[in-house]
Design a protein around this ligand. Structure first.
Ligand SMILES: [Zn+2]
Length: 177
């Protein structure tokens, strides 16, 4: 059996010596805007990897979570600022590439628990469904700090002036709140 993930730089050192496919993963029902259930670390046996997205089977039952039941298959990623790898939904992984996630100002967590479209729907309930949101802030699901979420789909600058404006917009504006 090809267990290429055992040597993956993102996972190396996280496996149990006697169970070289098993590690702890932070599983969740969504961040604080979406779910009241706190995230929990469970044991997961890794079954596959594609790039930096890992697949695995949940080995033990979480206490309160609806997702990630014992025996179910989950996907997870390794994020900056988090003690354990973090469960990621299909929807989050689909949308993630369209956004720049600025790490949490407090703990440095560099991912979200929720798909950006779900966060936008909850945080801005009065927005029309087709509204384009270019930037918003989110509460860090690990520590309650603030993360900035910025769309990559901003129109490209057409001349020097708008390029300057665009540069100015890249300052970490959310830190000044
Ligand atoms: Zn944080």
């Amino acid at each position: 059996m090809n267990s290429e993930w055992r040597e993956h730089p993102k996972l190396k050192g996280r496996f149990l010596p006697d169970h070289p496919d098993d590690l702890q993963v932070l599983v969740h029902d969504g961040g604080p805007r979406i779910s009241r259930n706190p995230a929990e670390a469970v044991w997961v046996s890794v079954t596959g990897v594609e790039g930096e997205v890992f697949r695995g089977r949940v080995l033990n039952q979480s206490h309160n979570l609806k997702s990630a039941r014992q025996g179910s298959e989950i996907q997870f990623i390794v994020a900056d600022g988090a003690e354990f790898p973090v469960m990621a939904t299909d929807k989050y992984l689909r949308e993630r590439g369209s956004w720049v996630i600025h790490p949490c100002g407090k703990c440095g967590f560099s991912d979200l628990f929720d798909a950006p479209s779900d966060l936008i729907r909850v945080v801005f309930p009065n927005q029309p469904a087709n509204a384009q949101m270019s930037m918003f802030t989110s509460f860090c699901p690990l520590c309650g700090g603030v993360q900035g979420v910025e769309s990559k789909d901003d129109p490209a600058p057409r001349d020097g002036e708008s390029a300057d404006l665009r540069q100015a917009a890249k300052r970490p504006w959310w830190r000044f709140w």
